[in-house]
Design a protein around this ligand. Structure first.
Ligand SMILES: Cc1cc2nc3c(=O)[nH]c(=O)nc-3n(C[C@H](O)[C@H](O)[C@H](O)COP(=O)(O)OP(=O)(O)OC[C@H]3O[C@@H](n4cnc5c(N)ncnc54)[C@H](O)[C@@H]3O)c2cc1C
Length: 387
């Protein structure tokens, strides 16, 4: 890894200021807003980003991006992080899939607005009875002339309450044929019969159960062939899992979903430093000078460095497990005041240590559990499955 500092060019500095102004115009920094890896930017901020092509900044300007490079993309991410502003508005996972498999209707009417970020998407894979085993989906789509009628429910549809479309996995044939009777759709969330109800996550943030009751959509919303859903969804799924992601140039992050967890760990460490700086030991010295505290903080920083460098499929499970472990260790260190919830008298660092300790275990579940990742990694390496 290249540890040298990056010198921004004059243009990049001007770009940084532009993004800073944009965030400041639409967002008040809120340190208690810790579900950074999970919450979505507020609509006004997203639309202001979309207008400038900053939602998918590396796409060419002609197709809704801004034709920018990795440095600029990283500037956007770093600034959202600095302002404690959640982002998570990208549909990057789905754009290549829609380009490849989308109907002409989707390509001409919906995809352009997804590319700009004007339209948002969410993922409808998991169901109440199946998560890891996605191919056991029961939500049914039955063809009726030029339309499909969808019935079923999806569990954990994150952003289902604030998305325009759900990328929905549906059963279009006998369930016994498992992978061979699945079809993908892009279902408008405002279609009659679609409903999202809240599921609140420990430590802050929301996901949803989404229900589909006699939802009628035109065949134009089908993505790829009938019963070919498994191959349609395999690319976005693999990308979400970090397959093929290689960090290039400036991005000192592992490039997977784990990068978001690492940014949260970074904030958590800041919270622990803030706790240590605000406390004194029995000998009257700052806790920051306590060798045990210093060692704990140094270990957390080293763990963070490891996470930044864990590439591809390693990124997510490594970052999730480190975040869980460090959230526990730093909470033990900073207790009792460090684990007071935000708003409680005496709480510090906007309660980040308390809330992250509750939130962190979920990171080992969403986007696929760490056990499933370990199995996949073992398979890639030709090793026996650990689970
Ligand atoms: C906060 C949150 C947000 C989420 N957001 C979304 C979303 O936006 N869209 C979406 O579709 N889903 C989403 N999910 C669902 C998530 O992907 C699933 O919860 C996850 O894949 C696990 O599925 P499950 O909950 O059904 O658990 P199960 O699959 O029942 O797993 C239970 C336990 O068994 C283990 N296990 C299961 N199968 C195996 C196996 N073959 N080998 C070894 N161990 C195994 C698992 O590792 C786990 O420990 C979200 C989940 C959470 C908690």
């Amino acid at each position: 890894m290249d540890f040298s500092a990056l010198e921004l060019t004059t243009d990049q500095l001007a770009f940084e200021q532009e993004v800073r102004d944009l965030i400041e115009a639409h967002w008040t920094p809120n340190r208690a807003h810790i579900a950074l890896d999970h919450d979505r930017a507020p609509e006004a901020l997203r639309l202001a980003m979309a207008e400038r092509g900053f939602v998918h900044p590396k796409l060419a300007a002609e197709v809704g991006g801004a034709g920018l490079g990795e440095v600029e993309e990283e500037i956007i991410t770093a600034l959202f992080n600095e302002y404690y502003a959640p982002n998570n508005v990208s549909s990057e996972l789905l754009i290549p899939t829609l380009e490849r498999f989308g109907s002409d209707f989707l390509k001409t009417t919906v995809l352009p607005r997804i590319r700009t970020g004007e339209c948002t998407t969410c993922l409808g894979y998991s169901e109440p009875d199946n998560g890891s085993d996605i191919a056991a989906a029961k939500t049914k789509a039955v063809q009726d002339g030029d339309e499909w009628v969808i019935n079923g429910s999806k569990m954990w549809t994150t952003w289902g309450n604030e998305s325009d479309y759900v990328f929905l996995l549906a059963r279009t044939g006998p369930i016994e044929q498992k992978h061979r009777t699945l079809t993908m759709f892009l279902v408008p969330m405002d279609a009659p019969g679609v409903e999202a109800t809240a599921v609140w996550i420990l430590g802050g943030g929301r996901t949803n159960v989404t229900y589909y009751t006699d939802v009628r959509i035109s065949d134009d919303y089908r993505i790829g062939g009938i019963n070919e859903g498994w191959s349609v969804m395999s690319e976005p799924l693999a990308t979400e899992h970090g397959a093929g992601i290689v960090t290039e140039g400036v991005t000192p992050v592992n490039g997977s979903m784990g990068a978001g967890f690492s940014r949260v760990l970074d904030k958590l460490i800041d919270g622990a430093v803030e706790w240590a700086a605000s406390r004194t030991s029995a000998d009257g010295r700052s806790r920051l000078e306590d060798p045990l505290v210093r060692m704990a903080l140094a270990e957390a920083l080293l763990d963070l460095e490891v996470c930044w460098n864990a590439e591809g499929e390693l990124g997510k499970p490594m970052s999730a497990e480190v975040l869980m472990n460090q959230a526990d260790r730093l909470a033990d260190m900073a207790a009792p005041e460090g684990i007071l919830d935000f708003g409680v008298d005496g709480s510090i660092a906007a309660g980040i240590i308390a809330s992250e300790r509750q939130h962190a275990p979920g990171t080992a579940v969403y986007g696929g559990t760490t056990e499933i990742y370990r199995n996949n990694i073992a398979r890639s390496l030709g090793l026996p499955r650990p689970y």
